[in-house]
Design a protein around this ligand. Sequence first.
Ligand SMILES: [Zn+2]
Length: 250
Amino acid sequence: MSIKTKLIAYLCTAGVIAAGITAAELSGGAAEKGRNAVETSASVAADKPVVVLDAGHGGADGGCVSVNGVPEKGINLSVMQTTRDILTLLGCEVRCTRVSDVSIHDKGIEGLAKQKQSDMENRLSVINGSGARLAVSIHQNQFTDPKYYGAQMFYKADSAESLRLAETLRERFRNHLQPDNERETKPVGSELYLIHNASCPAVMVECGFLSNPEEAAKLESPAYQQEVAFTVADGISRFLISEGEGEQLT
Ligand SMILES: [Zn+2]
């Protein structure tokens, strides 16, 4: 199925997140209720879930670099922007840490290390100052051995909701893009500042390995970036829709 077909299918259900319709209600044949709820959305708008999307790196910090010499920062931004657009259409209030090729450090700070620290603190402020329901940080991976490939999720340790978000995203990557991806979701602590200090469920998505020539070529293509964005948006929307069901992970 092309991304356009997937998007059309999704847009047919646009508003279900904002309307607070649960997956159980939809599967129970309550689509009519959903439509009515969307139509009377004046009172619903205030309940839009806030989602923070973070495109990793930016400005002088390019992040890791592909085998073709392409830094991850631009790939992260492209994936984030499409994810933002899809989630907005689906009824989310999306806040972004950056929307262009910049570091968001405070003005007047000298030195790359201090700028990076300020940049990370300001990204965290966007997450923790927005009443976010969840935060997703988008990155690309690399490793010395070029054979490794595939997406992997890193979630805030000791946070059941972060684990649920990570597992939902992992399952969507397997479903849409990488059926043979066996990478486990991994908990992270203070080594990942943004995820560790987020006051909401938080996951870092490593979309793939720029050190793998085949995967790097895909990740550098706008079409595949859109596929990844759709996958991330799908995972986030499913996480939000299934909220409150008391879903247990197995
Ligand atoms: Zn990165």
